[in-house]
Design a protein. Structure first.
Length: 334
């Protein structure tokens, strides 16, 4: 049988070969096998005419550049992480610079890209963000009927152990501050007193700081949550010495006088971490440090959830479970 139905999307497809030319096409509009075969016959007739020179051949293969542009437009309209997505997309473009068409990308190209990104010393969690962008791009291509299959398959993403929490000890914190300076020292200070993600810190502007109300207000973030974080005295004393216009970024890369890109931010973080001899610590672990310290201090779970801006309370429970484990270990000493 050369026609088949995809149970996932309830659409019919056909696949056939004529004179060495293989076609795998969507039978648009078909709702039954009979209708799909009729459309397939029309495809076959057209291909035979093209191969015999009766009508011009048409190359309907879509170029990757078209898909890149389409995804950029989609991200601009629909994603809060637009700037991060474009940065990652540019890195994908560089890796796939020798690939011309969308259907040139096979599973091996995905695996090669993963190896390439590991060479940039990116974490597996971060690389999964790249794979999510690629998967979305190809789903958009399928929706536009440019291709019929997504090369991102189940099992392609790295398995990450999200249940493991790495937090900063007091000694490690002292070493980090001792070996950092300038803007990044300020970033670490704010991170440890807010629990904000790296992306939020990089995009923090004067309009987000409400000194009169002693809050930090973030409206663009993961999960589209409206975050209002009360300032503790450390934060209030830090921000009241600063003057920022509403649209002015608070943390500028001193080398460019522009907001940190994801790569420049991580490069500076790794340099400081290495200098401080703090092993196996991601910047995101500063956020885990805030959650863990709040749990250890006995802060109610619903309050921690709001501070950390978690959508699911089960995510917050990781910190409570960890604090309980520490208490159990302490009791064993008796």
């Amino acid at each position: 049988m050369t026609v088949y139905s995809n149970k996932k999307n309830n659409k019919w497809y056909c696949k056939f070969t004529i004179k060495g030319v293989t076609k795998h096409l969507l039978c648009a509009g078909a709702t039954t096998e009979k209708e799909a075969k009729e459309i397939e016959n029309a495809f076959k007739f057209r291909l035979q005419q093209q191969l015999n020179g009766v009508i011009p051949r048409d190359d309907k293969k879509k170029k990757l550049t078209e898909l890149y542009k389409f995804y950029e437009e989609y991200a601009l309209l629909n994603k809060k992480s637009f700037k991060d997505d474009i940065y990652r997309l540019n890195k994908i473009k560089a890796i796939w610079k020798n690939k011309k068409y969308i259907d040139d990308i096979k599973i091996k190209d995905i695996e090669d890209l993963k190896v390439n990104l590991l060479g940039y010393k990116l974490s597996k969690t971060t690389i999964n963000r790249y794979l999510e962008i690629i998967s979305k791009m190809f789903n958009l291509a399928i929706a536009n009927e440019w291709i019929t299959k997504n090369p991102i398959k189940k099992g392609v993403k790295f398995i990450t152990k999200n249940y493991q929490i790495r937090y900063l000890t007091e000694d490690e914190e002292k070493r980090l501050f001792k070996n950092s300076s300038g803007v990044f020292k300020d970033i670490i200070l704010v991170a440890l007193n807010t629990g904000l993600r790296a992306g939020n810190l990089r995009q923090l502007q004067g309009k987000n700081i409400k000194l009169d109300f002693k809050i930090i207000e973030v409206t663009e973030n993961k999960g589209n949550k409206h975050i209002k974080l009360p300032m503790n005295e450390t934060l209030y004393n830090f921000f009241k010495t600063k003057t920022f216009k509403d649209e002015e970024y608070i943390f500028l890369n001193p080398n460019t006088n522009q907001p940190y890109t994801e790569s420049s931010f991580l490069a500076e973080w790794h340099k400081i971490r290495k200098k401080a001899k703090v092993e196996d610590l991601r910047f995101h672990d500063l956020r885990h440090t805030v959650g863990t310290r709040l749990a250890k201090a006995g802060v109610p779970i619903n309050v921690i959830k709001e501070i950390m801006a978690h959508s699911d309370i089960q995510t917050t429970m990781r910190y409570v479970h960890y604090a309980n484990e520490q208490m159990q270990n302490a009791m064993e000493l008796l």
